[in-house]
Design a protein around this ligand. Structure first.
Ligand code: ATP
Ligand code: MG
Length: 392
């Protein structure tokens, strides 16, 4: 009898002919992430993966915590794998679920019979095992609507699996299964959440950060590293490109109207990011913008920003309220880092009255006073590359 982790596919179930490829990517991710806890055997079948630790003493709680950060999974359960025999299921379920059932007051049994050759039907399994558990734990009562514990018996091709409540998986699609995109990461709350949301849709990530030394310090960049370490726990490793932005900001400040400073700066960021994305096989950009949040995110400003590039720009927070973004940031562990004090290049030369309805023609006229291509070239020549892995 072995204890395993039973991992249910999320949306992979919707995939048609490509399903095998997605399953393989998911298993590969699980193999890589769980390898820190020792060797594993993986059996993928019937919209689930059974992960079995090889060797004694594997920390299954730690393994579950790792699995909770793997995109592509809808449910996670520690489960006991037993032979497909009702006699054995009865005998094993009672001691295996002791901890959980002792702490519970109400329960129900749920049976799933994927292997139709099993002699009992699902309702028969429920009645049979329910009676056995009530006998062994007389303090329990059955509650089929809202039980403290749902004991599940899954009769699959490989074995029968017994488990208690299932944990929610992180959802989404396996890392990298949708291609790669470059996320513009500041030190704020929004951009790491935006990157995380797109990674959840199966995009591998590169990250781009604009730094303006000496106006912004090493601490600001370290903050970006810490934020990305957190995101990487879900997305896998991230190649960070740090772009020197001081020359561009000073040129805008010296040559362009103050009210257009922010919008021109944002257009430079997009143009430079698009080039970095191209050079690193990224098919899209990701930002943390949300309609109306600040002057640079009015509809007019977003249109002006968008016009600077032809690559698609994903803005997953576009329709979200700040409190919704904050809730997600707390969930993924970036919030506490984001709220640390820091200098961002955006706050260095903030105009007193930014234009909320910039007109593209005027923006382009102002930009014509700059040697745009030379400034972009200089910034690209000074880019530093840093590989960011998860902490775990
Ligand atoms: P955030 O919380 O992500 O900083 P914000 O609400 O402060 O967002 P802005 O500062 O206007 O909004 O930035 C909008 C988006 O532009 C950010 O979400 C991020 O994607 C990108 N961005 C801003 N500053 C930088 C920077 N220094 N480096 C890289 N990207 C940046
Ligand atoms: Mg910001």
């Amino acid at each position: 009898m072995t204890e395993i982790i039973l991992l249910k596919h999320g949306e992979l179930a919707l995939k048609g002919l490509n399903r095998r490829t997605f399953e393989d990517m998911l298993t590969k991710t699980l193999r890589r992430r769980l390898s820190v806890l020792g060797g594993w055997r993986f059996a993928a079948a019937q919209s689930a993966v059974a992960a079995e630790p090889l060797g004694e003493g594997c920390d299954l709680d730690a393994a579950v915590r790792i699995c909770e950060k793997v995109f592509g999974l809808s449910g996670i359960s520690r489960a006991l794998a037993v032979p497909k025999d009702m006699e054995v299921i009865r005998a094993e379920a009672v001691p295996y679920l002791r901890g959980q059932l002792t702490a519970a007051r109400t329960f129900k049994v749920n049976a799933k019979r994927a292997d139709k050759r099993f002699p009992l039907t699902s309702p028969e399994i429920c009645v049979d095992l329910g009676a056995v558990l009530l006998d062994a734990y007389p303090h329990l009562t059955v509650d089929v609507h809202d039980p403290d514990i749902t004991v599940t018996v899954e009769i699959r091709d490989s074995a029968a699996y017994i488990h208690g409540n299932q944990l929610r998986g992180a959802g989404g699609l396996p890392p990298g299964s949708s291609g790669k995109a470059a996320a513009l990461i500041s030190g704020g709350i929004d951009s790491p959440v935006a990157a995380w949301m797109m990674a959840r849709r199966g995009l591998a990530l590169d990250a781009i950060h604009f730094a303006s030394p000496p106006y912004t310090g090493e601490r600001a960049e370290m903050k970006v590293h810490s934020l990305l370490h957190k995101v990487a726990e879900y997305s896998g490793r991230i190649n960070l490109h740090v772009v020197p932005f001081t020359e561009i900001q000073e040129a805008i400040k010296d040559n362009c109207p103050e009210e257009l400073f922010t919008i021109i700066m944002r257009r430079f960021m997009m143009v430079i990011s698009e080039k970095i994305a191209h050079n690193n096989d990224c098919g899209a950009l990701i930002t943390g913008e949300s309609v109306g949040q600040v002057a640079s995110q009015t509809l007019g400003a977003l249109v002006c920003t968008d016009c600077a590039v032809s690559m698609p720009v994903f803005r997953p927070l576009i329709g979200m309220d700040k409190d919704e973004t904050v809730a997600l940031a707390r969930k993924i562990g970036t919030f506490e880092i984001s709220v640390l004090p820091y200098e961002d290049c955006c706050t260095v030369f903030t105009p007193r009255h930014p234009r909320t309805k910039p007109i593209l023609k005027f923006v382009e006229e102002a930009e014509a006073r700059l040697d745009f291509d030379r400034l972009v070239g200089n910034a690209l020549a000074g880019v530093r590359h840093i590989m960011i892995d998860s902490y775990s």
